[in-house]
Design a protein around this ligand. Structure first.
Ligand SMILES: [Zn+2]
Length: 592
């Protein structure tokens, strides 16, 4: 799965936000049978498992129900929506890569463009280039490219082009006139599979067409490109994966390549390519959409992470709670790394941009090999620079703004992920898991734990001289700024609520204070440290005790936006800060 924002978390990384995001580690089984699962780009974040909002879909046609009389936005309004996506050039340092590796990246980008074309067909239908050419040049056409169709992905798929139908919940995976009833009555094995289209045959009956038959030519070409790339690969494991992935594209059998992907550990270049996520099928959540990420692993972060992970046992023993609340061995069940993204295509590039990924989705592969979490560093930097920093400029006191840094933002994100390994998974009375005991508040408490223990880890490692020449104040101030970003869209969602709990707890402890003249916020270093200790103890105790009532009360009393903060957020909303980013990307910007 993937993540676009870290709304659950005060600092950043992500949900479609990766492990920084929702922790649904498997195919969205919960969505199956639910008429529509709208994974709102903005609510999608973070490591929580809160259900996304549903939207109204007609049971008759599977069409989204939209007010008939709502006027279309005019060109000026579309231009404004376009401005909500700040442009960002997607590059990374390829300086030390040899010619073969650079050629290989070029081939992976070429294969990705085929995924982009196939995603257009899944989301909108055939003939998109002709359709785009007919649109007025300028903002409308550019906005259509960002949205892969005439529906605004950040506004409930509202149409922004004259004469188009509402977006079918099943996108173009199903015939537009198919009813849910007809599908359900259809006696067809494999109709709920990941890799097929539903179409009508000459007699008007439903038929199932596997992707590898529907798009044999395109997928064959993409497979050839991957095989050619494999001959250039330096890393043996990566070459093997590329060969198997090529096979997957032309057979729709992804499992061997998913296994091979988890087996490889030393490759610096990576690619996630093929039919992967099922969010685009909002009718049933069955069908996978084509996408691609071409990636370059950040080797420095990989080294740092393995060094930090070695401190987990020592940090576990140092947690500010009695022995029984930290009796388990800390650990991590999946591999976590940082990457720079070199190219996004298809589903990955539509609307809000993914900043973290947790794959594969195949539960059999997960059981055999675990999962991999990929944090996309330059994509996070894009959101940091274009969205979070401008928010900090409105809400953080001037003399502390230099403490809001990307390095701290990224470190906070990574430590959040690692901190999930601290604490305990079972209640101290031995009656079962913390997750089972805390029921509906389990996820938000667990995310709160990872947030605050991430700060605890940073504080401890900084004291041991492990964080180099950085200031603790950077991490704390950036943490505060991250909360503002996450609650920008309100505290009504479970994610927003979880963030408010953190914010209000720290505010009540005096860790943040408000400047009376400017209404901006200031971090108090000493009070912040004391609050980190106190909140860590509070959450670890609620978890260890399996105290559902206590956890619920804690969440409900603190999970509110108080008037003073509401005023501050209104100032942010008045400041015309972008809501997401779009990438300028490709061979040219990479110099390939
Ligand atoms: Zn998390």
């Amino acid at each position: 799965m993937k993540f676009t924002t870290e709304s659950l978390r005060p600092f950043g990384s992500v949900v479609r936000i990766g492990h920084a995001g929702r922790t649904r580690r498997s195919r969205p089984t919960a969505a199956i049978g639910v008429p529509a699962l709208l994974l709102s780009a903005l609510a999608l974040a973070a490591c929580g498992s809160d259900a996304p909002p549903e939207e109204t879909v007609s049971a008759e046609t599977g069409m989204r129900e939209q007010p008939a009389a709502e006027p279309l936005p005019d060109a000026a309004a579309v231009a404004e929506r376009l401005a909500d996506y700040a442009p960002f050039t997607l590059t990374a340092d390829l300086g030390d890569l040899g010619d073969d590796q650079r050629r290989m990246i070029g081939l992976l980008i070429d294969a990705s463009k085929i995924m982009d074309d196939l995603f257009w067909r899944q989301a909108w239908g055939d003939g998109h280039e002709e359709w785009l050419a007919d649109l007025p040049a300028g903002p409308v056409r550019r906005f259509a490219r960002i949205n892969y169709g005439p529906w605004d992905r950040l506004a409930d798929d509202r149409p922004f082009v004259t004469g188009v139908r509402p977006k079918p919940a099943g996108a173009s995976f199903y015939p537009p006139d198919m009813t849910v009833e007809e599908f359900e009555a259809w006696d067809q094995p494999g109709k709920d599979g990941l890799y097929s289209l539903v179409r009508r045959d000459a007699a008007g009956d439903l038929e199932l067409i596997p992707y590898h038959e529907a798009w044999a030519g395109e997928l064959g070409r993409a497979a050839e490109l991957l095989r050619e790339a494999a001959t250039l690969a330096q890393d043996e494991g990566f070459a093997r994966y590329l060969g198997l992935r090529a096979d997957a594209l032309v057979t729709d059998d992804y499992q061997p390549s998913d296994m091979a992907w988890l087996d490889m550990k030393t490759n610096r270049i990576d690619v996630v390519i093929g039919a992967v996520e099922t969010y685009e099928d909002q009718l049933f959540g069955y069908r996978a959409a084509y996408e691609s990420f071409v990636l370059l692993k950040d080797m420095a972060w990989s080294d740092r992470l393995s060094r930090f992970t070695a401190f987990l046992p020592e940090l576990q023993r140092g947690l500010p709670v009695p022995e029984r609340y930290k009796a388990e061995e800390p650990g991590s069940d999946s591999d976590l790394n940082a990457y720079d993204a070199l190219y996004y295509a298809g589903d990955a590039n539509a609307g809000a941009k993914t900043i973290a990924i947790n794959l594969p989705n195949d539960e059999e592969v997960q059981l055999a090999k675990g999962t991999r979490r990929l944090q996309l560093k330059n994509a996070m930097r894009a959101k940091f620079e274009k969205i979070m920093q401008p928010i900090a400029e409105v809400l953080i006191v001037e003399e502390q703004q230099d403490h809001v840094t990307f390095d701290a933002f990224f470190a906070n994100t990574m430590f959040h992920e690692v901190a999930h390994g601290l604490g305990i998974k079972n209640t101290v009375d031995g009656s079962g898991t913390v997750r089972a005991a805390l029921k509906d508040v389990a996820s938000s408490i667990e995310e709160g734990k990872a947030d605050v223990l991430g700060l605890y880890m940073i504080t401890e490692l900084h004291e041991r001289g492990e964080l180099g020449d950085t200031e603790l104040m950077d991490y704390y101030t950036t943490f505060l700024a991250g909360i503002f970003r996450s609650v920008r869209f309100g505290a009504s969602s479970a994610h927003g609520k979880a963030n408010m709990v953190r914010f209000n707890f720290f505010a009540d402890e005096g860790a943040f204070t408000t400047d009376e003249t400017t209404g901006r916020y200031r971090v108090d270093f000493e009070a912040m440290q004391a609050a980190i200790t106190k909140l860590s103890a509070k959450i670890l105790t609620l978890q260890g005790d399996g105290d559902y009532e206590g956890a619920k009360t804690f969440t409900d009393t603190l999970g509110v936006i108080r008037p003073e903060l509401a005023d501050a957020l209104a100032r942010v909303n008045a400041a015309d800060i972008p809501v997401d980013v779009r990438f300028e990307q490709g061979r040219e910007v990479l110099g390939l």
